[in-house]
Design a protein around this ligand. Structure first.
Ligand code: PBG
Length: 331
């Protein structure tokens, strides 16, 4: 028989120890950012029907939730407010006594070492559910920037460590950077939702945040899933405008984009593992069709492999627990 010539890849897979030696990507608790929905009222802890295991909580339950995070070693949280009152200007978004501002102050008081990220958008706060304001039936860009900047400054005043604008108006990073600087918040970074697609995977979030648009859709400001170069234009513009982190959202259907943003820019890249991506896995797990831990770890690892430095995920607490258990097994 003629001698075969081939490479023995299995040499490096033969034991857990050998596999650990050559592992290229790791998932760490420090990479995880946990989203939380805060609502008005007392003693509210509502499970979001389309997101089993995710709750809207009132402020009196917030501290216990944050304690859980800290005990598990999660370092950061992104806060979404669900206000009682909505109007056409989204004025609760920039009310210094609004639900998000109070939540931020409480977290920073009770858990000063947690890094608090404020999502900066108007859609939960406007009665029409759009991310900007409306004039003559149009979602107008520049007047929306004024209100978004007011919102960011109000969140920074409440103690937010990072501002994360998710509204997709043009120039939001430049406007918010200028507003923060003028208000004395030069050290507050912007984690920009630089690349945000008009995605059907946000459906469950809109249940959780009561933020579905009452008419039309978000396609005049969020991006077309068909486009790749446009993502690079968006990312580059946000770098120029002064972003400190770049979010790519959603994550799973856009891993190619994540890699390109990582290669093209030199800022930390954040994957947003969005609500629909969470719900899909939960539904399959509830049916007994998938192993939750295995699929979640594989998916989050794929985001890191695609270039994400950080991951916003509703699975953060579970992942931290699984990482603890693995650590115990190894030790
Ligand atoms: C607000 C916002 C949305 C999400 C984060 N910030 C919804 C949207 O744009 O409709 C989605 C997050 C998720 O689906 O988990 N603009």
């Amino acid at each position: 028989m003629k001698e075969l010539s081939f490479r023995r890849h299995r040499r490096l897979r033969q034991s857990a120890g050998m596999r650990a030696l050559v592992r290229e990507t790791v998932l760490r608790k420090e990479d995880l950012i946990y989203p939380i929905f805060v609502v008005e009222g007392t003693d509210v802890k509502n499970e979001v029907p389309s997101m089993p295991g995710v709750y809207q909580v009132s402020l009196d339950h917030l501290t216990e939730e944050m304690t859980k995070l800290e005990e598990r070693g999660i370092l950061s949280v992104i806060v979404f407010g669900v206000p009682n009152e909505k109007d056409d200007q989204g004025s609760e978004a920039y009310n210094d006594e609004g639900i998000v501002q109070r939540a931020i102050r409480q977290i920073k008081k009770d858990h000063p070492s947690l890094t608090v990220i404020a999502d900066t958008c108007l859609c939960q706060y406007t009665d029409h559910g759009h991310c900007g304001i409306i004039e003559d039936g149009e979602i107008v860009n520049d007047p929306s920037l004024t209100l978004l900047t007011k919102t960011a400054v109000s969140q920074a005043k409440a103690g937010a460590d990072i501002i994360a604008p998710s509204n997709m108006m043009d120039g939001f990073t430049a406007a918010i950077r200028q507003g923060l600087d003028e208000a004395g918040f030069t050290n507050v970074p912007i984690m920009s939702y630089a690349v945000k697609y008009a995605s059907a995977f946000y459906g469950p979030f809109r249940d959780a945040a009561h933020s579905a648009p009452s008419f039309g859709d978000r396609k005049t400001y969020q991006m077309d899933p068909a486009n790749r170069l446009e993502a690079l234009r968006e990312a580059n513009a946000d770098v120029e405008e002064g972003a400190d982190f770049l979010i790519v959202k959603p994550a799973l259907s856009y891993l190619d984009i994540m890699r390109e943003v990582k290669n093209e820019t030199n800022l930390p890249v954040v994957a947003y593992n969005v609500s629909g991506e969470y719900s899909m896995i939960k539904a399959a797990v509830q049916n007994g069709w998938l192993d939750e831990k295995e699929v979640v770890m594989e998916k989050l690892l794929s985001m890191k492999r695609a270039g994400a430095d950080l991951i916003i995920t509703y699975f953060a607490l579970d992942v931290a627990k699984w990482l603890d258990e693995e650590g115990k097994e190894m030790g």
